[in-house]
Design a protein around this ligand. Structure first.
Ligand SMILES: Cc1cc2nc3c(=O)[nH]c(=O)nc-3n(C[C@H](O)[C@H](O)[C@H](O)COP(=O)(O)OP(=O)(O)OC[C@H]3O[C@@H](n4cnc5c(N)ncnc54)[C@H](O)[C@@H]3O)c2cc1C
Length: 301
């Protein structure tokens, strides 16, 4: 799609053509975004969404890319990634934190610790941004985002309005929500419990240690590929029981430490990861009758 030059003049350096998305996904894979937009602030984001709608330009929002596989042929339209002005944390009451949607979960957890607010410890184990964590209702160790969220601030891609949505009006699912696809989260408020800093720090370090023991690190992955069935029947158990752990497609393999983590060993293509997903899904279905559901998101052509 060829956009008129106005787009480039209006959004200057924040708007680019043909940007490689492999740097924006934890799999370190994928083709180009036809257009890539990093809004400098909320007003510019709204302005951009208006122009995009006028020009029939499809938009896709990306967080830290720790749960997103980008296909090899890239993403048509514009990929939006919130810029640094959407990355902040501030205390708005003793136990209430406001944070920009691009803030990394780990930073929010650290901020809560510094301010003696408990229940954010689990966020130090999740490598994404707050926007992604809310959409995914991310969590671990008996906690998830729904348990600490108060409200979110969003921009609606259809009417360009900004609104607040209270937690009570969101239906949280296991690794998901019923929020409309047309909403871009720009910030969120969370609440925790006032507690002693050293106790919070201790719990946080314990969780980080637990994670280190059970999950691989320093690899190109997007974490759990499939959703667990329930507390007792985890996806990794089905993958193991079905004899998939040594499956391989091109340079895409399965982590030996946690077999629900699929890995790009360096030279894999997105297609290899997708083929591996299909192969495991089919084998698990044939052997156990369970139809595994994807936790990771796949975008692009
Ligand atoms: C090593 C590793 C360990 C992991 N461990 C866990 C774990 O313990 N628990 C867990 O739940 N997950 C885990 N994950 C998965 C991942 O980190 C989470 O799903 C994370 O919350 C995704 O955040 P993100 O910003 O990277 O989202 P992305 O992958 O960028 O996006 C995920 C979804 O959110 C949408 N989105 C992102 N930002 C916004 C926004 N501002 N507004 C609207 N929509 C938005 C995207 O469109 C997409 O649909 C792990 C991943 C890795 C790589």
């Amino acid at each position: 799609m060829n956009l008129n030059n106005n787009f480039f003049e209006k959004f200057e350096n924040n708007f680019n053509k043909d940007v490689n998305l492999s740097n924006y996904s934890w799999f370190n894979l994928g083709g180009n975004a036809e257009y890539f937009f990093k809004p400098k602030d909320k007003n510019q984001l709204i302005e951009f969404l208006k122009e995009a709608k006028k020009n029939n330009l499809k938009t896709t929002i990306l967080g830290a890319g720790s749960n997103t596989l980008v296909r090899d042929n890239g993403v048509k339209g514009a990929v939006i990634k919130l810029g640094t002005s959407f990355s902040y944390t501030k205390l708005i009451d003793n136990n209430i934190i406001e944070t920009g949607a691009a803030t990394l979960d780990r930073k929010v957890s650290n901020f809560a610790t510094e301010n003696g607010i408990a229940n954010f410890e689990f966020l130090s184990c999740i490598p994404g941004s707050i926007g992604g964590a809310i959409i995914m209702n991310s969590g671990c160790y008996e906690n998830d985002v729904s348990k600490i969220l108060t409200s979110i601030q969003v921009i609606d891609k259809n009417d360009f309005t900004e609104k607040e949505i209270k937690k009570e009006d969101i239906n949280f699912l296991y690794r998901g929500t019923d929020l409309k696809k047309d909403l871009i989260i720009i910030s969120a408020k969370f609440n925790g419990l006032i507690s002693e800093k050293n106790k919070i720090e201790k719990k946080k370090l314990e969780l980080i240690e637990r994670k280190k023991i059970s999950q691989p690190s320093q690899i190109k992955t997007c974490g759990s590929t499939f959703k667990n069935l329930n507390k007792d029947k985890k996806a990794w158990m089905l993958i193991k029981e079905s004899g998939c752990i040594n499956f391989k497609e091109g340079d895409a393999t399965i982590s030996q430490k946690h077999c629900n983590f699929f890995v790009n060993n360096g030279k894999a293509k997105s297609k290899d990861i997708e083929n591996l997903i299909k192969k495991v899904k089919k084998t698990v279905y044939d052997k156990t009758g369970v139809n595994l559901e994807l936790e990771i998101k796949i975008i692009g052509e």
